[in-house]
Design a protein around this ligand. Structure first.
Ligand SMILES: Cc1cc2nc3c(=O)[nH]c(=O)nc-3n(C[C@H](O)[C@H](O)[C@H](O)COP(=O)(O)OP(=O)(O)OC[C@H]3O[C@@H](n4cnc5c(N)ncnc54)[C@H](O)[C@@H]3O)c2cc1C
Length: 370
């Protein structure tokens, strides 16, 4: 049976970025197991690709800042270009929502996010004219945000890891885990049996399922579906617009090709899997457009898809040792920020992995749910 220092379950952003940083550290033999035939088949390949740094949670803000800086300045030995449209972002808020955004902006400035400014509705509408009739009291502008080629980013992490000797196996679902008394872990996979010293659970919406296989703790995570829709090309769309997110009314849009990508920020809890598209969410989107963003009322939808965001009760990720099963490590619960933060998540995970179990005090530790 082939033995690895680290087996990582999942080739989404959590697993790929962890493999990248482990490989960069020369941390030993690495195997990435992915149940699908391609990387990023689930959340990591279905997200809105928006690099957003201003969020409400201080620890997440720091990860977003570091993750964004990585994407904007990829290392010299990064294997392939990652196109980044640095169009900025406009977060719109009304009433308490605008007060909260101003606080998020102050937090962002305090940790060093470049290019944050408070804009009036008139300033925002000069930049994106369809906002003239939208309902908001102010906008937080962040000019270092933008839109990332998510497939190139994910593939870059994996290609780099592979170039340093990591093995990445597709159609290789983890099916069984036996923790041996000598602290080695034996794994049954769809591609045969392997063993490892450390098992990294980066399986996204399946994370509690993988924990169950290993006899690890079950953590409070909810997999919630979110739909994205794309319009046909429209002459009036300006490809240089930022992404615009109305946080008071939960609706966002951004240029996508010659049309727009739109989201009504729906959130229905579902079991782990390939979530079906619920056609009624188009009506939810149309209703929000009519009420809060009438400048979009002419938009039609040409296609849509859905993905699962894995959310924790406190909104913070889960990165750290299990505490119940030795050598079982979590990189999960990345919610709606897993692409932006991926490089920083992988880096933190590897710092904790190489630092050993004593690093439990980190703000993302599974132990906070004890
Ligand atoms: C609609 C939507 C929009 C989003 N927009 C943004 C955005 O604009 N910006 C941003 O930063 N983030 C965004 N996100 C969030 C981001 O996509 C996620 O946080 C991130 O992709 C999570 O990565 P992950 O690796 O944890 O999960 P996943 O990408 O789901 O990867 C987990 C992998 O584990 C594999 N797996 C599971 N079980 C097993 C097993 N037993 N054996 C082998 N493999 C297994 C799965 O097949 C899967 O490929 C969005 C998410 C959604 C759904």
């Amino acid at each position: 049976m082939k033995h690895f220092a680290y087996v990582i379950v999942g080739a989404g952003f959590a697993g790929a970025a962890t493999a990248y940083h482990l490989a960069r550290q020369g941390a030993g033999d690495i195997l990435v197991l992915e149940q699908e035939s391609i990387p990023g088949f689930h959340a990591s390949g279905r997200n809105a690709a928006m690099l957003r740094q201003c969020v409400a949670e201080p620890d997440l803000t720091k990860l977003a800042l570091d993750g964004a800086a990585f994407i904007r300045n990829l290392p010299d030995d990064w294997p392939e270009p990652v196109p980044f449209k640095n169009n900025g972002s406009l977060l719109l808020g009304q009433g308490a929502g605008w007060d909260k955004l101003k606080a998020d902006g102050a937090l962002g400035r305090s940790v060093g996010i470049p290019g944050i400014a408070e804009w009036t509705p008139e300033q925002a509408a000069r930049h994106v004219p369809l906002l003239k009739e939208a309902q908001f009291d102010g906008a937080l502008w962040c000019d270092s945000d933008g839109v990332v080629d998510i497939h190139a980013l994910l593939s870059g992490y994996l290609k780099f890891a592979a170039s340093r000797g990591a093995q990445i196996r597709y159609n290789a679902a983890l099916r069984g885990v036996r923790v041996r008394s000598n602290a080695d872990i034996e794994l049954d996979t769809a591609e045969g049996a392997v063993s490892c010293k450390v098992l990294v659970n980066a399986s996204g919406a399946w994370a509690n399922g993988v924990a169950t296989l290993a006899g690890a703790r079950l953590l409070p995570m909810r997999a919630c579906r979110r739909h994205l829709f794309v319009s046909p090309p429209m002459k009036w769309v300006d490809a240089s617009w930022p992404f615009v997110w109305d946080v008071s009314h939960d609706i966002y849009f951004r240029p996508e090709g010659e049309g727009l990508l739109l989201c009504a920020c729906d959130q229905a809890e579902l079991p782990a899997g390939d979530p079906p598209v619920d056609e009624s969410i188009k009506e939810m989107l149309a209703d929000k457009i009519q009420r809060f963003m009438p400048g979009l009322s002419e938009v039609s939808i040409s296609r849509g898809w859905a993905g699962l965001r894995t959310l924790t009760p406190d909104g913070r990720f889960i990165i750290g040792w299990d505490g119940k099963v030795d050598n079982f490590f979590w990189v999960a619960g990345l919610g709606g920020h897993g692409m932006t933060t991926s490089a920083a998540v992988g880096e933190l995970a590897v710092k904790l992995l190489l630092g050993g179990p004593e690093s439990q005090s980190a703000p993302f530790a599974p132990a906070r749910f004890n």
